[in-house]
Design a protein around this ligand. Structure first.
Ligand code: ADP
Ligand code: MG
Length: 679
């Protein structure tokens, strides 16, 4: 059948409005805040004869010739000359409008670097615009704006000029505040950056700490803080059931545990209990390095909710982890006479329906599971507390979906990926945070060794010896991110190889494609020390807890991310035995891989590692910004902790003392985009 494929979105994006939308440019304020990436010196004309290779300069020339060539590929080539020289302009991508300008006889000013091409001297993709003879030169530096395909600097500059003439740039910060912060006014800063005065040196203007830039950075951070703070206050204004204070179940659990809570656990638990007793929803992140003991704190919160007559749910990102939580909580809570429901995708239909029915009827107060907990069919009779473990593994939507199973549930997120301070102050500013900064006693730090692949035999011997003395080991397969099939194949090959190489040991294999029952069986055998070496893919990355395992080998460690390596390493060092993590790597190492291995070798401190991870990957990757819908900062730098902190304090003052200025500020910076931040 003759079906015409119309792509309205693509068509629309080829219009000027579409291109501007791609840059987020709609309102006058958007244009005013679309600031130059850099500046170029177009105040002088250089003669072609004086061009120096590799040095950007401006030339004024006449077009002698302009043609589309097809070899080696389609390209536009123009020949130009001035009084003393000639050269080619080459465009590998070009628009008909550009071709139209470059007609023989046209006088143009071009800006770019001259290189020696195969047709003689040339400039690839110069910026250019037609001029009349004797047209005056700009007397200040020319701003160069971030742009998108098909949108030229000249058009963009014209639109910005127009917007600047109309836009209201009245200051949202009071004069005395500006004096205190030692910042210039916003209107002068913005106008200055778009139209720098003649005497301004490029290096000064482009420096990050130039006062006008400082002001813009501050305003951007302030907008972010205001927005987060407002979302936080809005959520606080909503109601939630006041839970507690009751202590019968929690006391009983504490008495039955074979250990005492660490000081950090006690503190976190007090903070959570206080939140649960408030009439508005808790929004707390419980953050603690791997092995710091978050599960027991979650169990206490669950008991608190249950005792207050509500239901509690705990969601984990993988079957293995959910199952482990289920087992642990069942052993802790069943002696108190509480039923724990278990809900995952792999349950038999009948069992799943039964669990859903009991949760829906309120017959069982506690539900533990995977994503299956947030399926539409699942309804809670009276959900009062939603806990998400390893929260960074879930998308924003999934995280909120669990809480939304109760009309006004309290929310606790847990994460072993520590958030560096600046990120905690910015992207996570709407969460209250409890930190477990203390490991349970009796742990010895894990020693990390970097071993080149060529010495695999020594590593094998070490694994063998450890297992012969009653210890257990993890053997983590090389990561193959591009292909799950290949990943699976590699896991099976690694397993077969180790079975052959360590004939007197029992080897197990666990990977993501295994049926849930088989996975559970292998894990149970490992927990029971019937399997000595567990060959695993990254399914064990999160949360797995087998204290007798004291050795971990990671093959092709250079392929793993920093946070991933830290999480994996956290699977050992959970018992009293001295533990080790051996990172096998293949040479040659790329620069990033080398930096990651160095960081993981040098420190065991999750915070230190998170900071390094942030540095290596940038904040967008770190927080999964695409997923969160949070616009990234354009001008400010999250590493600038002092400025972030100042913006945080002032955002609070502003919302309290000058809410109308706060609204104006948000409108200017975020315009219609603010709803994105509500997650
Ligand atoms: P994580 O924070 O990584 O989720 P877990 O909650 O799995 O850590 O705890 C790791 C191990 O430490 C578990 O075996 C747990 O029972 C044990 N544990 C937790 N708190 C303490 C404590 N205060 N003293 C001793 N062991 C503890
Ligand atoms: Mg955990």
């Amino acid at each position: 059948m003759g079906v015409l494929h119309v792509k309205p979105a693509a068509a629309a994006s080829n219009t000027l409005a579409g291109r501007l939308a791609r840059l987020g440019l709609k309102t006058d304020a958007d244009f005013a805040l679309h600031l130059p990436l850099r500046y170029e010196d177009e105040t002088r004309i250089t003669a072609l004869a004086d061009a120096r290779p590799g040095v950007a300069a401006q030339f004024e020339v006449e077009v002698t010739d302009c043609d589309v060539a097809y070899r080696p590929r389609r390209q536009l080539i123009a020949r130009v000359r001035d009084a003393g020289g000639a050269l080619s302009l080459r465009f590998l991508n070009f628009y008909p409008s550009q071709q139209k300008v470059l007609q023989p006889g046209t006088r143009v000013r071009i800006f770019g670097e001259v290189h020696e091409g195969y047709l003689g001297p040339e400039i690839i993709h110069p910026r250019f615009h037609p001029v009349a003879a004797g047209e005056s030169l700009p007397d200040g530096l020319t701003p160069v704006y971030p742009t998108t395909a098909g949108l030229g600097q000249a058009t963009l500059r014209r639109l910005i000029e127009k917007a600047l003439a109309r836009v209201d740039l009245s200051d949202t910060l009071a004069p005395d505040l500006l004096r205190r912060l030692d910042l210039p006014g916003i209107a002068e800063s913005i106008r200055f950056l778009h139209n720098p005065p003649p005497e301004m040196a490029q290096s000064v203007l482009e420096a990050r700490d130039f006062p006008a830039w400082r002001r813009v950075q501050f305003d951007e951070l302030l907008a972010q803080q205001l927005s987060l703070r407002r979302a936080y206050l809005a959520r606080r204004a909503r109601g939630a059931p006041k839970l507690g204070p009751t202590a019968q179940f929690t006391d009983a659990l504490l008495k039955s545990l074979p250990f005492k809570l660490t000081g950090a656990q006690q503190r976190a638990w007090r903070e959570i209990a206080a939140d649960l007793g408030q009439p508005h929803p808790m929004q707390r992140l419980l953050q603690g390095d791997v092995g710091s003991g978050k599960t027991v704190v979650a169990a206490l919160a669950i008991l608190h909710a249950v005792e207050a007559g509500h239901q509690a749910a705990l969601m984990a990102p993988t079957e293995i982890l959910a199952e482990q939580h289920y087992r642990k909580l069942a052993t802790w809570l069943q002696p108190l006479g509480l039923e724990v429901a278990w809900l995952t995708g792999s349950l038999k239909k009948r069992d799943k329906e039964a669990a859903i029915a009991r949760v829906g009827a309120g017959d069982t107060a506690i539900a533990i599971g995977t994503h299956a907990l947030i399926e539409d069919k699942v309804e809670f009779a009276r959900l009062g507390l939603a806990i998400v473990d390893e929260q960074h593994r879930f998308g924003v939507r999934q995280r909120l979906a669990l809480k939304d199973k109760g009309s006004f549930a309290h929310q606790l997120a847990m994460s072993a990926t520590p958030i560096p301070r600046t990120l905690a102050m910015s992207y996570y500013a709407d969460l209250d945070v409890s930190v477990l900064d203390e490991l349970p006693p009796g742990r010895s730090p894990v020693t990390t060794r970097l071993v080149a692949e060529g010495r695999r035999d020594e590593v094998l011997k070490r694994v063998h010896d450890a297992c012969r003395t009653g210890r257990q080991a993890y053997w983590v397969c090389p990561l193959i991110e591009e292909s799950e099939t290949l990943q699976l194949k590699t896991a099976e090959e690694t397993y077969a190889r180790l079975v052959a190489e360590l004939p007197d040991l029992k080897i197990g294999l666990v990977h993501g494609r295994l049926k849930a029952a088989d996975k559970a069986a292998v894990m149970a055998a490992f927990v029971g020390n019937e399997v000595h070496v567990l060959v695993a893919t990254t399914v064990i990355e999160v949360g797995v807890d087998v204290p007798n395992a004291s050795l971990m080998v990671i093959e092709h460690a250079e392929r793993f991310g920093l946070a991933q390596l830290h999480q994996l390493r956290g699977r050992v060092g959970r018992g009293a035995a001295q533990s080790a993590c051996i990172l096998l790597y293949a040479q040659p190492l790329g620069e990033l891989a080398r930096a990651r291995l160095k960081a993981i070798f040098e420190t065991n401190d999750g915070f230190e590692i998170a900071r390094e991870d942030l540095r290596l990957r940038g904040p967008g990757e770190f927080i999964g910004a695409r997923q969160s819908g949070m616009p990234l900062l354009r001008y400010a730098d999250l590493e600038d902790a002092a400025l972030v902190e100042r913006a945080r304090v002032i955002a609070e003052d502003m919302l309290r003392d000058a809410p109308e200025l706060a609204t104006a500020h948000l409108q200017r910076w975020l315009g219609g985009r603010e709803e994105l931040l509500k997650a």
